[in-house]
Write a protein that binds this ligand. Structure first.
Ligand code: HEC
Ligand code: HEC
Length: 276
């Protein structure tokens, strides 16, 4: 290549790259409205964003990977934790972890009820932005304070991946990971690993004990019935523990009776009933 050819080549390739960049940029801007659910930005969402800034949540947390890395990323938090849990958490985070054991704290911020409700609306809007896979790995906090516990869509510890085939239990394990919010972001099936929800190890025997106990006031008469009731009506019977409920309302999200099909509920129940 002569000098002249090299120069032309350099200029031409720069021009092509610049053009591609321009087209992609314009294309991204064209998609912003759609990707960000712009139509869902209600006054509550906007005021939730102001609360987020007012209390400097970003000094510890990230959204879309932006912010400080002291505390978990909250981009998809509302897909992992329901409103009851998030409300209780923001009222008093200290109830959810043991300062001695975890050494990392979230200060209690004295948020008003309206601020909390707006924050959740804001975080839910954030969670529904199509961020095209960024950040690449959701980081959720477990109730026991260990960050990066079981991720949605990941295999919970203590299980081996199986080819679901048409075994209802194996299919139930799949639902356990893929339901929205995912069961595995709050429940481990390893004994003693209590996250935002209690460990479901030994679920079958505990269900049998619970329905026989005098404290039980739900409607179930069998292990399967109890498990199903726990999923579709979490507050029918509440596992004792300060961090699991408040005023008789479980922090486990409601709505699985609508978001899961009958078949998926059966599979989930079969799976959990197999945890002896
Ligand atoms: C000083 C640092 C700090 C500030 C400021 C802070 N947080 Fe946190 N936050 C934490 C830590 C640390 C955790 C994880 C606690 C644990 O390990 O259980 C956490 C956890 C959370 C969780 C629970 C996540 C889960 O998976 O259960 C939510 C929700 C949350 N913060 C929201 C907020 C909001 C909203 C604000 C602002 C109003 C805020 N935080 C301000 C440090 C902070
Ligand atoms: C935001 C966290 C969270 C999510 C997500 C969640 N749970 Fe729970 N779950 C809890 C909490 C907290 C409790 C304890 C309070 C109660 O009894 O409702 C609980 C209790 C249970 C129990 C009763 C356990 C016992 O020992 O009696 C079962 C069964 C259960 N969950 C199954 C599920 C399944 C299946 C899913 C997914 C479809 C799910 N959970 C999703 C938090 C969660």
């Amino acid at each position: 290549m002569t000098n002249r050819q090299a120069r032309i080549f350099a200029i031409a390739s720069t021009a092509v790259a610049a053009l591609i960049f321009l087209v992609l940029t314009l294309d991204s801007h064209r998609q912003f409205g759609e990707l960000t659910n712009a139509e869902n930005i209600t006054p509550e969402v906007t005021s939730g964003k102001d609360v987020w800034h007012k209390y400097n949540c970003i000094n510890c947390h990230t959204l879309f990977g932006e912010g400080a890395y002291y505390a978990p990323d909250l981009t998809k938090i509302t897909q992992h934790r329901g409103e009851a849990y998030l409300t209780a958490y923001m009222r008093d985070p200290s109830k959810f972890y043991d300062e001695q054991k975890h050494r990392r704290l979230m200060p209690t911020q004295d948020l008003s009820e309206k601020e909390i409700a707006d924050l959740i609306k804001f975080l839910d809007w954030v969670a529904n932005v199509d961020n095209q896979g960024w950040p690449p790995r959701p980081i959720t906090v477990t109730g026991s304070g260990v960050s990066g516990g079981v991720q949605a869509g990941q295999i919970p510890p203590g299980t081996t991946p199986v080819d679901a085939g048409d075994d209802p239990r194996a299919m139930g394990e799949e639902v356990f990971r893929t339901a929205q919010p995912s069961c595995s972001s709050c429940h481990s099936i390893e004994p003693g690993v209590n996250m935002a929800g209690p460990s479901l190890a030994g679920m079958a025997s505990r269900a049998a004990e619970t329905i026989d106990s005098p404290e039980y006031e739900g409607d179930a008469t069998s292990v399967e019935g109890y498990i199903r009731e726990s999923i579709v009506a979490p507050s029918a019977y509440i596992v004792p523990g300060d961090m699991y409920s408040s005023g008789g309302t479980s922090f486990m999200p409601t709505g699985y009776d609508e978001s899961l099909t009958e078949e998926e509920l059966d599979q989930l129940t079969a799976y959990l009933a197999s945890l002896k």
